[in-house]
Design a protein around this ligand. Structure first.
Ligand SMILES: Cc1cc2nc3c(=O)[nH]c(=O)nc-3n(C[C@H](O)[C@H](O)[C@H](O)COP(=O)(O)O)c2cc1C
Length: 283
């Protein structure tokens, strides 16, 4: 049966991954409220489409930090891709390059940064950093990423300590890394987006991740002021399905959904997406 939406990839991954890998991907901290709230928040937002516009040509392209991408959808940092597919992040990087989107590589990548950069030399790549107490180590990591062509640094500031990942504790999952700070909560809900957008007053680009599962979610995030959104778990589901080609399928599927969402709401370009598309009375 063809996989026609991102949750189909989720079901496939659940069926085919080992229990401990599945739990690692899917689990959140404690009772996983934030993970679940992120998805529920998108469902509550209602769109207000515009009709009778010429939508024969709809262009999903945009830019992040001045670099063109094929759609405002990127890959959020997640660690340990080799748990899911043999050449892990190398597959992910090639898929991102083929799809023309930005790939944020995690501090906890399970392939060397050199290999990731070499396998997708034309792809737009940013490097995510968990700040280490050892400043020298931070400096070395950043310089290494910069010399390999990673174009921006994404500093994760919400993880001073690992969250209570109950499933991993039960499975006694022990990922062997020298770096110890790790927290996989995702408290970047869409609810906070409007506040952040208002606070930065257009002085910087605002991105969102957490709970993006459909093209409509992408449209809603952009309508509320995000410049681009990033996918975490869905990319791992794609990787579990068919490695590089599975990730590409996930990216293309949500890009196509986003194209449809733009068309059905009367947006011909990403620049035309604004908050008029959201029914605030229903928020
Ligand atoms: C398995 C897993 C590993 C993650 N690893 C990292 C990481 O290394 N660095 C980081 O900043 N965030 C990490 N995150 C958080 C993701 O970047 C993202 O915020 C989160 O998955 C929410 O997006 P989603 O709902 O699309 O999965 C991880 C999340 C998961 C599920």
């Amino acid at each position: 049966m063809p996989l026609v939406c991102l949750t189909d990839f989720q079901a496939y991954a659940q069926e085919h991954l080992s229990k401990s890998t599945w739990d690692f991907i899917e689990g959140g901290a404690d009772e996983c409220f934030t993970r679940d709230d992120n998805m529920a928040a998108f469902k509550k937002i209602r769109l207000r489409p515009r009709y009778l516009r010429d939508v024969q040509e709809v262009d999903t392209r945009t830019t992040v930090q001045g670099e063109e991408i094929t759609a405002p959808i990127g890959i959020a940092p997640t660690g340990f891709h080799c748990l899911v597919w043999p050449d892990g992040e190398m597959s992910t990087a090639r898929a991102a390059q083929a799809a023309g989107v930005c790939y944020v590589t995690s501090t906890y990548a399970s392939c060397p940064l050199e290999d990731i950069a070499a396998t997708a030399p034309r792809g737009l790549k940013w490097f995510q950093l968990y700040m280490q107490p050892d400043r020298q180590l931070n400096k070395q990591l950043v310089q290494r990423a910069e010399s390999l062509g990673f174009r921006a640094l994404v500093i994760t500031v919400d993880a001073p300590k690992i969250g209570n990942r109950r499933r991993d504790f039960r499975n006694q999952l022990n990922l062997k890394m020298n770096l110890l700070l790790k927290d996989l909560r995702s408290p970047k809900e869409i609810d906070a987006l409007t506040e952040v957008v208002a606070a930065v007053k257009g002085k910087m680009e605002v991105y969102l991740d957490g709970g993006i599962r459909t093209g409509n979610d992408v449209l809603k995030a952009l309508a509320l002021g995000a410049k681009c959104v990033f996918l975490g778990r869905p990319v791992l589901w794609g990787l579990a399905y068919k490695g590089e080609h599975g990730v590409e399928e996930v990216l293309n599927l949500i890009k196509n959904e986003f194209h449809t969402s733009m068309t059905l709401t009367g947006c011909r370009s990403v620049a035309e997406i604004n908050q008029d598309l959201v029914q605030f009375s229903r928020l």
